[in-house]
Design a binder for this molecule. Structure first.
Ligand code: IPM
Ligand code: MG
Length: 374
């Protein structure tokens, strides 16, 4: 059996998770996928119940699991809690403790949604970028950090951007390996013109490329230029590899090229463990969206696409991943939409209706495949 820990979290998390769970159930029933799920708390709901955003018990459960599926954390309800135990701290702790150092954030434009982008259709049509963001280092975790009081009464806030050779190599390796399965192109982004850690990043990525990945096309770009190029000519990119903070920002920007945050999944992968398994967390990149939570209008497709990534990266279930992605594409082509991607002439569905429509499409795809084989 494959053990999956589900962390629905806060805001719209539980609603979109419910639809993902139905999809997982469909694959168990129709493909004997052997996916076993259990549920845990993270973020604000965990603070409410356990006083911390991620309890030791859930962390242990996640450590032992084959994969984790998380929906969203945070919300205004927890704005006033102590900074150290804010909802986001639970997510950061999970990333750090499980050493999920490679965060894969695809930005892919579905043909049916090309007009949802704020850029012109001809610029984003067919767009397929993968951002590989370093996730357990850099300024997010660097020491020293903190807010201190100076003798003159002023206050001083400090964070530290820090990277080592090993941290750079392991994430760059993931980027090069993935590029080989795509268009074989890596753009590495930093601020080598301003930061020593960026200079090191550039040198180490270059060294690894020279030693092991000469067949992959590598270019370097300052992160600010990358932000600009993503809007000017996004199709020039295949895989972008970058640090934790620049990756956070550039992936939000790239997501908007696709027109809907509600459509984008992500995977956070760790190293191969002694038992041969790889720690892995899958989550939609949208947040908890408290303003639309509980209304049954959220788009569950980013969470369901995260399930497809889980099939692909954790369980080697390529056929199933393809089928699931195909079903989603078909649904969009039929003009079925949640509010966030609604367009003229399309049919608006609720969260649960979208989940149900997807199961219907999976049934239909399965029977046409079976018929084709007969
Ligand atoms: C993300 C989010 C997180 C981050 C927050 C919620 C801590 O913005 O996953 O991109 O900054 O990494
Ligand atoms: Mg972010």
């Amino acid at each position: 059996m494959k053990q999956i820990v589900l962390l629905p979290g806060d805001g719209l998390g539980p609603e979109v998770m419910a639809e993902a769970v139905k999809t997982i159930g469909w694959f168990n029933k129709n493909f004997s996928a052997g996916l076993e799920t259990s549920t845990g708390d993270i973020g604000g709901c965990s603070i409410d119940k356990h006083g911390v955003p991620l309890s030791d018990a859930i962390l242990k459960k996640c450590r032992e699991a084959d994969a984790i599926l998380l929906a969203a954390v945070g919300g205004p309800k927890w704005d006033k809690v102590d900074y150290a135990i804010r909802p986001e701290a639970g997510l950061l702790k999970l990333r750090k403790e499980l050493e999920l150092y490679a965060n894969l954030r695809p930005a892919k434009v579905f043909d049916a949604l090309v007009d949802a982008s704020s850029l012109k259709a001809h610029i984003v049509k067919g767009l397929d970028i993968l951002i590989v963001r370093e996730l357990t280092g850099g300024v997010y975790f660097g020491e020293p950090r903190g807010i201190e009081k100076l003798p003159n009464g002023e206050r001083r806030g400090v964070n530290t951007q820090v990277y080592t050779t090993h941290e750079i190599h392991r994430v760059a390796r993931v980027a090069f390996e993935l590029a080989r399965k795509r268009k074989n192109k890596v753009t590495s982004c930093e601020k080598a013109n301003v930061m020593e850690s960026g200079k090191l990043w550039r040198e180490e990525v270059t060294a690894l490329h020279q030693a092991e990945y000469k067949d992959v096309e590598l270019s370097h770009m300052y992160a600010d230029n990358c932000a600009m190029q993503l809007l000017r000519n996004p199709s020039q990119f295949d895989v972008i590899v970058t640090d934790n903070l620049f990756g956070d920002i550039l992936s939000d920007e790239a997501s908007m090229l696709t027109g809907s945050l509600g459509m984008l999944p992500s995977a956070s992968l760790g190293g191969i463990r002694p038992d041969g398994k790889r720690a892995a967390l899958y989550e939609p990149i949208h947040g908890s969206a408290p303003d639309i939570a509980g209304k049954n209008i959220a788009n569950p497709l980013a969470t369901i696409l995260s399930v497809a990534m889980m099939f692909r990266y954790s369980f080697d279930m390529m056929k199933e991943a393809d089928l699931l992605e195909q079903a989603i594409e078909n649904i969009l082509n039929k003009g079925l939409r949640t509010t966030d991607i609604m367009a003229e002439g399309c049919k608006k569905l609720s969260t649960s209706e979208m989940g149900a429509a997807l199961l219907g499409e999976l049934d239909a795809l399965k029977s046409t495949k079976v018929a084709a084989r007969a």
